[in-house]
Design a protein. Sequence first.
Length: 177
Amino acid sequence: SGPLVTEAFDYVALRRDLVRVVSRLCPGWLAGKRDDLVQTALLRVMHVVETKSPVAEGKRTAAASYLYKVAYSVLIDELRRVRRRREIDLDDATAVLTSVADDPERTTASRQIGRGIRGCLRAMKKERRLAVTLHLQGHTVPEAARILDWAFKRTENLVYRGLSDLRACLTAKGMKP
């Protein structure tokens, strides 16, 4: 019964509709990922169709509202993924790495600061060290609380007290935080 449903469903029209919906929803800075978002949305809809769900039962196309919901959820998932990873364009990263690599003094200073931060983190209590490390990696307090399975307020206090300890330690080592 799976192939019969698959053959009856109009995937060309589905893809065209998804391209239109994703283009409408997708912010300009994610334009380079629109095809990937359309593909992901298409796979989600195809999965629903091929499992012969009530959404696709006896229909040749999906409802516009359903496509909008699928495209919206795919876009939100992508935005969360980008935010979580703090992704940057490869060309931008190459430019930053090149400018740092061209300046040996800056490279040496960066290494010294890195060693100073690692030394200060090692001197901290474990809970503060964990909270501050996640913060320095770019996690928000709610994300760190979820990762560490701690209460929000506890994590917030540990992050801010840890950052204060880190500043004091770096200052004591003669480094300006």
